[in-house]
Design a protein around this ligand. Sequence first.
Ligand code: DX5
Ligand code: ZN
Length: 218
Amino acid sequence: MILAPSILSADFSRLADEISFVVQAGATWIHVDVMDGVFVPNITIGPVVVRSVRRATDAYLDCHLMIVQPEHFIDDFVKAGANGITIHAEATRHLHRTLAMIRERGLKAGVSLNPSTSLDAITYCLDEIDLLLIMSVDPGFGGQAFIDAVLQKIEQAKALTQDRGILLQVDGGVTRENLPGLLQRGVDVIVAGSSVFDGKDPAMRVREMLETTPGDIG
Ligand code: DX5
Ligand code: ZN
């Protein structure tokens, strides 16, 4: 399992420290939530902050773009030092073209689906995808509750991705309690925001999550 702590719930006044705590504890990816106030009802950060984060860590920078028309900003995130860019199927008219654009620049291309979006949205671009992100909350905020109805979609997504070398990622409301169920369903990359950064000791939270096995009782 790859753990990708989401810096959305970190203390931005000490961002480099927060990142180094979780990376030293074993997190190999850092999840960066980019919101535009249009696709989602919140505004967060953009390429400028990604560039600073890039200077602070060698970890894989997993940029989750919750913005409309992401095709206009791919190059900005590439230049800023992203390793992977995930776009929402609901946010672009040309999903296939935008995924190809990300790959042409040498990054991993991800597609994210809102809780209400069917897997059908990606049927015809599976060959262009390196990562499939199943949202388990409506995107926009950290600290929301996991939507259980999404578990069935995660199972179907695993069947779709496992023989194609596509990483399956889940984002939203992940806790130590529901993590074993996600591991049982074969999720490859776990995003965790508030469950890592909302406590006193993010490093300990990372270690606990990385030690969790599918057999642990949730
Ligand atoms: C939600 C973001 C998530 C968020 C997760 O729109 O995409 O990455 O930071 O936060 P938690 O883990 O607190 O639900
Ligand atoms: Zn996210």
